[in-house]
Design a protein around this ligand. Structure first.
Ligand code: CMX
Length: 137
């Protein structure tokens, strides 16, 4: 069902303030920044080899990332797995007892279709399914 780890999401207060570490100190390539209004976040994707990090900055106090930052401070927010067929993956996980936050896919960054599992049903790790529109980076 899963193809690979698509990316790891990291909550930050400010992408601008986080970039010098990821881009300049770690030397990761910045693919770009984008606002995802449906998730109330601004995101930056950075890559190294096949692996990607998604920096998440809240755009509203109502953003799930704002709530996360308030409670935990900056840090690892979610793990996103690539899937070839997101509807099939949601159906299979639901049948196996997983608690989906999103029963149907919604739009994510880069035109991907995404759905989250509740961390209470995935060992405390917020887990995202990601059917990428363009998996080249
Ligand atoms: N990782 C692990 N646990 C998390 C978590 C996270 N990222 N976010 C919340 N939790 C835990 C909380 O610690 C809390 O646990 P306790 O009950 O033990 O204290 C529990 O989940 C409930 O959390 P909450 O702070 O009360 O927040 P809500 O229930 O209102 O929302 C969640 C939690 C996961 C349902 C919500 O954040 C959500 O829907 N997330 C999915 C969407 C999202 O995160 N979008 C931003 C990223 C978008 C993108 O990548 O494009």
């Amino acid at each position: 069902m899963l193809t690979k780890i698509n990316h790891i999401g990291v909550a930050v207060k400010s992408i601008e303030e986080a970039l010098p570490f990821y881009r300049d100190a770690l030397g990761m390539k910045l693919f770009g920044t984008e606002e995802v209004p449906s998730q109330l976040v601004k995101v930056a994707f950075l890559g190294i080899g096949e692996s990607k990090i998604e920096l998440l900055e809240p755009t509203s106090p109502d953003s799930p990332v704002a709530k996360f930052l308030e409670k935990n401070g900056p840090g690892v927010h979610h793990v996103a797995y690539g899937v070839a067929d997101i509807e099939a993956a949601i159906a299979e996980l639901t049948a196996k007892g997983a608690r989906m936050i999103d029963a149907a896919p919604r739009g994510g960054a880069h035109g991907a279709r995404i759905a989250f599992l509740h961390p209470k049903s995935s060992g405390g790790v917020l887990t995202e399914l990601c059917e990428a529109h363009d998996d080249s980076h």
